[in-house]
Design a protein around this ligand. Sequence first.
Ligand code: GLU
Length: 358
Amino acid sequence: MKFKKIAVKIGSNVLTRADGTLDITRMSSIVDQISQLHNKGVEIVLISSGAVASGRSILGIKKKMDVVDQRQLYSAVGQVKLINLYYDLFREHGITVGQVLTTKENFSSRRHYLNQRNCMRVMLENDVIPVVNENDTVSVSELMFTDNDELSGLIASMMDMQALIILSNIDGVYNGNPADPTSSVIRKIEKGQDITDFIQSSKSTFGRGGMLTKTTIARKIADEGIEVFIANGKHDDMLLRLLDKKADVICTQFVASKGDVSSVKKWIAHSEGFAKGEIHVNENAAKALSGEKAVSLLPIGVTEIIGDFEKDDIVRILDHNSSLLGIGKVQYDSQKAREITGKKNQKPLVHCDYLYLE
Ligand code: GLU
């Protein structure tokens, strides 16, 4: 096997039929593959969508409903069905699964993050496969993950996985319109390779995600040193073939960067949504930060502090043109930071170990 620790994300469109009902044959085949990998000692966390789609088809409500009401109601009903099916299907292989329903807020502080990591770690240590989904029933619209692709990236990063496999209903990222017979799947995407021209902004039928979030998250995760694959989960034995060293499978691989990103940096990298303030820096500081060497952000290079934050909060760091340079954990509160803005010989405002550059 190429990898010993993997996160597998399964999209709603892989798990459902055209009428929105759960495709039990497909689910059963994916469970068979995961079971085989599990029995070979591969550590797996499964991130599965499908709750909303499944709930919608169970209830079959015809009247018009508010979008938030729909999400809350359908996911509450559909998640039960989904996890029960997983539970029963894995049981046939003698494998136990556990359910983890999470929200973006559960990643907001380092404490929440470590708590979440511990929960999945203890499951894996006890041979239980975590089946993760967003807790759509209680999540607040403004504080939701863009989709489960984003959630799966966070989990792959948090659990130090070697690979993240995103199973969708498309073969990968195409170099044109997928419906056009002259376009083909881009097999490998290297760091820094610009693919924006190829990305379709259209979304799939049942899920929230689209190719744009998939590729954005895939690149970010690959830059942290995790191999990311976008592959078609509707094709037979996709997971097994993808992980087989000898097989040549049509899919898109985001080639992982070399070098280890520390656990703290990984957390910071995914925390932009929780930033409490902004630090604006001058051109020299922006240059130094973007250079090859790891440098800390010193008060002398700071031009403005925006917002109120406490020591250890997450802040966004912006250059002289107000473009985002990175995200960091501050060593001072905003009041102290303002006092020392532009001053020489001060301790760093953000230490390089707690600085993630875009
Ligand atoms: N959490 C949603 C569900 O289970 C899916 C979100 C997405 O489409 O990525 O239905």
